[in-house]
Ligand binder design. Structure first.
Ligand code: ZN
Ligand code: ZN
Length: 312
């Protein structure tokens, strides 16, 4: 661990390389423009009667393809190009590790939690969700409510100091480079906890399907940017959104740096609880991944086995 800390903290840069790639209009515009397009597309799709599932799949694919192309044109770090193994494994994680547990949870929990929300509204007169607010405000509230569960689970994975708990989440941190698909690398067991804790809150609150659609479209597009190899600059939004500038540090090899920025879409809970971390001065971005002595095979199956086979 000592060595990896040195590698991260040491300001040694290869000669002739700039501290940070030069940012242009693209750094400031790519995120808001693509995000606005994804949300507007979802809004139009809903009015056209297209199913929410198809809308989420299409918007994830389109934003992913756009970020993939931008990474080819203007990568943040040249050495963060994904390998064929990364792409194959992480595409499978997107489909299987994320898709299967979330579908199971939806089948098991959604109906009963929505029924509780309905019962509280009809029998008790307790309406937990402000349906009368404008849509964008409801989407903001849904993001915030989801964040509470995610932050608690995520920070516990990191800081509870329970090895068997960390192992499941370590799979997400095993990516050695940030790139558009790195965010999908998650162990299905971790997805049960993190996805479960976020959507259970939304179903319990009785959040309407339309709001959950925009929240999901935002979340998937944000996750692609958050892990991207792009020089995205969010400016003052780095106090509200858990964007790539912050999330890179969460993926640092060194736990002193990575035990920060637990936010999924929003960084506001980190701000309130003092776990937000973003160096003021432009510094060399951290080396990302697990400490070098953690051995695992960089394949889909290797990632699934990592929590069971890794000794650390
Ligand atoms: Zn983490
Ligand atoms: Zn991540």
């Amino acid at each position: 661990v000592k060595e990896s800390t040195k590698e991260v903290a040491g300001g040694e840069r290869p000669p002739g390389r700039r501290e940070m790639p030069r940012s242009g209009a693209f750094s400031y515009l790519a995120y808001p423009l693509l995000m606005a397009a994804a949300l507007a597309g979802a809004w139009l799709a809903r009015r056209a009667g297209i199913s929410d599932v198809l809308t989420v799949v299409a918007s994830t694919f389109l934003v992913g393809a756009a970020v993939f192309l931008l990474e080819r044109l203007a990568p943040f770090r040249a050495d963060w190009g994904a390998t064929r193994e990364d792409l194959q494994a992480d595409a499978l994680h997107g489909l299987v590790s994320n898709g299967v547990p979330s579908t199971i949870l939806e089948m098991l929990l959604k109906g009963s939690l929505l029924q509780v929300a309905f019962w509280m509204r009809s029998d008790r007169g307790i309406d937990l969700w402000p349906d009368s607010l404008p849509l964008f405000a409801q989407v903001g509230l849904a993001l915030l409510a989801a964040e509470v569960g995610f932050y608690a689970v995520h920070r516990t994975f990191h800081e509870a100091n329970v090895a068997w708990l960390w192992r499941w989440h370590a799979v997400h941190h095993s990516a050695r480079r940030m790139y558009f698909l790195a965010g999908s690398r998650t162990h299905p067991v971790q997805v049960l906890f993190s996805f479960g804790s976020t959507v259970a809150i939304l179903w319990f609150l009785g959040v309407p399907d339309e709001v959950i659609l925009y929240k999901t479209v935002f979340h998937t597009a944000h996750g692609i940017f958050q892990h991207s190899n792009l020089d995205i600059r969010l400016g003052f939004l780095n106090w509200i959104l858990a964007g790539p500038e912050l999330h890179r540090w969460h993926h640092a090899v060194s736990p002193e740096q990575s035990n920060h920025n637990y936010g999924n879409n929003l960084i506001v809970i980190d701000v309130v609880l003092g776990t937000r971390f973003l160096p003021d001065e432009p510094v060399t971005p951290p080396a990302v991944g697990l400490p070098p002595d953690v051995a695992y095979e960089n394949t889909f199956v290797g990632h699934l086995l990592l929590p069971l086979t890794s000794r650390r």
